[in-house]
Design a protein around this ligand. Structure first.
Ligand code: T46
Length: 137
């Protein structure tokens, strides 16, 4: 399954906005060790262009609209993160690109591991080679 979305629990207080929450291991299928976020990007920004060997993450966009393009080496799919209550689980060995549909959209990421550059595959042909013969869910 290439696109795995979750619905983030949101609690609205009359006239006081909404609180949204998810918990590691309960609402996403892994523990969370690292949080990072990308902000201040102009419309049309393209980021990503890599896969991970082990890292599992959940992506969400609390403000704005960001297109996520996923590719498992056999199948490609797009999902639009355009609502603060929509999360996208991105598993390992998934090539990803992120495209800013609106200026100043914020991309938040919760990851199951600390930053490790050696976990990245940044070459598309190397990625295709790595997924060849793998069992994909
Ligand atoms: C991913 C997508 C969704 C760090 O020093 N620590 C960190 O935890 C991260 C994530 C990045 N960095 C450094 C490495 C680079 O010098 O920040 C710089 C930008 O990283 P990168 O070009 O990989 O950023 P994106 O937006 O292409 O990708 C990021 C994540 O790296 C990646 O894991 O899945 O967001």
């Amino acid at each position: 399954m290439i696109i795995q979305t979750i619905s983030i629990k949101s609690v609205t207080a009359q006239g006081m906005g909404t609180l949204s929450v998810f918990e590691g291991s309960h609402d996403v299928p892994f523990d969370i060790k690292r949080i990072y976020y990308i902000h201040g990007a102009p419309k049309g920004t393209h980021r990503g262009g890599h896969a991970h060997k082990a890292l599992r993450q959940v992506l969400w966009c609390p403000y704005g609209s960001i297109r996520i393009r996923l590719d498992n080496g056999r199948e490609k799919a797009d999902v639009l993160l355009d609502s603060p209550d929509k999360g996208l689980i991105v598993e390992h060995y998934m090539w990803r690109e992120m495209i800013w549909e609106k200026k100043d959209s914020v991309l938040c990421v919760a990851a199951d591991s600390y930053y490790d550059e050696s976990d990245y595959i940044r070459d598309y042909n190397e990625f295709l080679e790595a997924v060849k013969g793998k069992d994909l869910d």
